[in-house]
Design a protein around this ligand. Structure first.
Ligand SMILES: CC(C)(COP(=O)(O)OP(=O)(O)OC[C@H]1O[C@@H](n2cnc3c(N)ncnc32)[C@H](O)[C@@H]1OP(=O)(O)O)[C@@H](O)C(=O)NCCC(=O)NCCS
Length: 176
């Protein structure tokens, strides 16, 4: 019988990624929360992502998607609806062993598609790697150009800062 000690379970280290296996991007499930938190937090020390606790991930699980390959979680990301028209892409993180294999692309493209499905009009994000997001149609904007609700509610309202990061924007209003 397994006895629960109340200690957090260790997150297994991903040793190998089968790059030939199909990448599956899907909505996150409660069992994914520990791995998501670990993936995001692994990049927080470099200031690339904001840390997310397991509890925080569980509290907004509906925003998260994960990418898995060969049964292993290799990447994650989130889409937070700031208003009925505006979403913020957040917490994009790829396991070190899976970098450069299309997992980040898979997650970002899925989140953009999700924005369409949710009938959002615009997506924003804060990043230190604008060249990556430029590949997905995001353009750099100034703080003056950024949606007010983003700066007031998603940034200032949550104690975050734009300092040292680039604001990027993409309209996803379908062409008529
Ligand atoms: C940045 C990150 C998400 C990229 O994920 P990835 O799975 O390695 O990227 P992919 O293999 O899907 O690459 C897709 C494209 O982006 C490019 N790319 C990857 N990392 C890049 C970077 N740091 N800067 C610019 N372009 C990058 C690739 O060359 C590729 O280009 P191509 O399609 O023209 O060949 C990943 O390295 C990561 O987790 N970084 C740390 C966390 C982070 O910075 N997250 C963003 C928070 S806003």
């Amino acid at each position: 019988m397994t006895v629960s000690t109340g200690q957090p379970r260790p997150v297994a280290v991903l040793a190998h990624v089968d790059e030939s296996a199909t990448l599956i991007v899907r909505s996150a499930q409660p069992d994914d929360a520990e791995r998501i938190s670990a993936m995001v937090n692994a990049h927080a020390a470099q200031g690339l992502t904001l840390p997310r606790t397991v509890e925080n991930v569980l509290a907004c699980l509906g925003e998260f998607v994960v990418a898995e390959r060969g049964g292993l979680l290799v990447a994650c990301g989130a889409l937070n609806a700031i208003s009925p028209a505006l979403g913020e892409i957040r917490s994009i993180a790829v396991m070190p062993e899976a970098k450069g294999t299309g997992a980040g692309r898979g997650v970002v493209e899925f989140l953009v598609d999700l924005g369409f499905v949710l009938e959002l009009d615009e997506l924003v994000l804060l990043t230190k790697i604008p060249d990556f997001f430029a590949k997905f149609g995001f353009g750099v904007i100034s703080a003056e150009q950024a949606p007010r609700v983003f700066l007031d509610e998603a940034i200032a309202g949550r104690g975050r800062t734009i300092a040292g990061r680039t604001i990027m924007y993409r309209s996803i209003v379908p062409a008529v």
